[in-house]
Design a protein. Structure first.
Length: 173
């Protein structure tokens, strides 16, 4: 994500940025160069607005850039993606990262896994709702986005310490 932001600064610097579950390293970069910045989380956190990604209390088309890293696996992703599309301005960009098991054609979801112990067993983390498969592309496109993907590969992995195969989903209207 950080590498894409650095290489594509002209696409986001000076613009209105909405950043979900902000992590410190990306938050610092975005706050420094964004025209306006909203950090958002489902719970109260320093420097963040409390916003529910499934039902955003924001006007349609009010942000130019959305950063959503490792959030969709925790929520109803169809509702969340629809909301991201709704609040994104024309010509905007949504940067999405989720854990994906490339090679699985379909995401694994189990509505019977409702307890923390069940989710840990089924999804490897007690607050995840799914393991994404390659159909993540279809889910993003079904929400009304055009999709480009950037997958970490050499020489960037060695040079920047990226995880080989990690994919950044760049969704536009």
């Amino acid at each position: 994500m950080v590498l894409w932001l650095k290489r594509n600064e002209a696409r986001w610097a000076g613009r209105r940025v909405l950043h979900f579950a902000p992590d410190a390293s990306i938050q610092g970069l975005l706050r420094l160069k964004a025209g306006s910045y909203i950090g958002a989380d489902i719970v109260e956190a320093p420097g963040c607005q409390v916003l529910d990604i499934e039902c955003l209390a924001l006007e349609a088309g009010c942000v130019d850039v959305i950063v959503c890293s490792h959030v969709l696996e925790h929520v109803d992703d169809r509702k969340a993606l629809a909301e991201l599309r709704r609040v994104l301005a024309p010509e905007g960009v949504a940067l999405i990262m989720v854990p994906v098991i490339h090679g699985w054609p379909l995401s694994y979801e189990n509505p019977d896994a409702t307890s923390a112990a069940d989710r840990l067993q089924h999804f490897g983390q007690d607050d995840h709702l799914r393991f994404y498969g390659d159909d993540i592309d279809d889910r993003i496109v079904a929400a009304g986005f055009t999709l480009n993907k950037y997958t970490a590969q050499e020489p960037d992995c060695q040079h920047y310490g990226l995880i080989r195969g990690d994919t950044l989903y760049v969704a536009t209207l």
